[in-house]
Design a protein around this ligand. Structure first.
Ligand code: ZN
Length: 241
């Protein structure tokens, strides 16, 4: 148990070093992720507009053809008016002409509506494109900044990461997962020293008999107040980088 606890103390120091390096990146990783998802959202919106625009163009083309057919029809009816033989025939053609004119009105209204929507979409697309361009530029900047920070600490990071892996391989799983659990809740000091008969994490008093047990480090002892793992670390065991 003693070796495990010493390893665990060292693991904590190594992981704290890694976290400190991580924190040098500041909110950049978060910012990059945020920009990426915003850009994805904008691009989806752009795609939807483009699809709608294609639909509109198809529909408009259909109605353009339809309009042409109706106009030809109207012209034919109007020509027929000149050669009518009877009032009845005249009335019949007039009815057809009125009906065709109504259909033409309807087709023209639709075409105008399509054109108006097309304008709206074009404007929205223009706005989206400039937003996407600006977003991509900003993302590029932030990524470069982040890459530089990562590069600056890469060697140091790798050194600590190698140490971390070696330590983790040497620790038994239950102890490691207990450490992880405490660390998730308590942060950087899951394993704490006993300091003047008090827990180094929450400063609760620890009975002298317990302190003797902790000093031997023969068993896993948890602070009854805060749940942290208690150890006794002396100078010779202190970890140096
Ligand atoms: Zn405590």
């Amino acid at each position: 148990m003693r070796d495990s606890l010493v390893n665990l103390m060292e693991l904590q120091k190594v992981e704290n070093e890694l976290d400190a390096l991580e924190s040098l990146k500041g909110d950049l990783p978060h910012k990059v992720r945020e920009l990426e998802s915003e850009l994805n959202r904008l691009k989806t919106e752009q795609e939807n507009y483009e699809n709608e625009l294609n639909e509109l163009k198809r529909a408009k083309a259909h109605w353009d053809t339809e309009l042409k057919v109706l106009q030809d029809q109207l012209a034919k009816y109007q020509e027929q008016l000149y050669s009518v033989q009877s009032n009845r025939e005249y009335d019949a053609i007039t009815v057809e002409i009125d009906a065709t004119k109504e259909k033409i009105d309807d087709a023209e209204t639709r075409i105008v509506e399509f054109m108006e929507r097309e304008d709206q979409i074009q404007n929205a697309l223009e706005e989206l494109t400039s937003k996407i361009d600006a977003g991509e530029e900003e993302l590029e900047d932030k990524r470069t900044e982040l890459d530089e920070k990562i590069k600056a600490t890469e060697n140091e990071y790798r050194k600590w990461e190698d140490k971390r892996k070696a330590l983790v391989n040497n620790l038994n799983k239950p102890l490691l997962s207990q450490y992880r659990r405490i660390r998730r809740v308590k942060g950087h000091n899951a394993v704490v020293n006993v300091n003047k008969y008090a827990c180094g994490g929450c400063y609760s008093a620890i009975p002298p008999q317990k302190v003797v047990e902790i000093r031997t480090m023969n068993q896993l002892i948890i602070c009854e107040s805060c749940g942290r793992i208690l150890v006794y670390e002396n100078e010779s065991e202190a970890v140096t980088s």
